[in-house]
Unconditional design. Structure first.
Length: 156
């Protein structure tokens, strides 16, 4: 597992962790989450190209066209919904939150789809949508829906 700031252009899975302070800011209970040092595993994803996907998560711009089309990083959509309640003005707050409260690890693997499914099954992940068994799922879906609606109304 790697944690440097330069992921390879290879397929694999990645794991996002949040600090306890960050979890509290998001309103999520991490008592069921896997702990790594002082951080808690909250989101797992897969990528054909880890460098490209993780760059997207770190640097997505939340442009009006991307917000309208829904082509915004799923993780950033979730963070925007939980921290700000909409995506239009959330970029700076999400950037700051990710720098201060989150870290990412990745694992290069050819069978990345199977590996992601395995990780989702093994862990309680409050920020994943697919395969999520964490009690926060209903709240997450509601907040994301409300955020999308508010974002679209701000763009009209």
């Amino acid at each position: 597992m790697e944690t440097s700031t330069n992921p390879p252009s290879a397929s694999g899975v990645y794991r996002w962790y949040v600090s306890l302070e960050g979890a509290q800011a998001l309103g999520i209970d991490v008592s069921q989450c896997t702990r790594s040092g002082e951080n808690y595993l909250v989101y797992v994803g897969l990528a054909k190209d880890l460098r490209q996907r993780l760059d997207w998560h770190w640097n997505d711009k939340h442009t009006p066209s991307s917000v309208r089309s829904g082509f915004v990083s799923t993780l950033r959509q979730t963070l925007s919904a939980l921290l700000v309640g909409e995506m239009v003005t959330a970029r700076e707050r999400v950037d700051q939150f990710m720098r201060q409260c989150m870290c990412v690890e990745w694992e290069v693997c050819a069978d990345y789809q199977e590996r992601e499914a395995q990780l989702i099954q093994e862990h309680s992940l409050p920020l994943n949508l697919r395969g999520n068994t964490h009690p926060f799922l209903a709240t997450l879906k509601r907040k994301r829906k409300e955020s999308r609606q508010k974002s679209l109304s701000l763009l009209s």
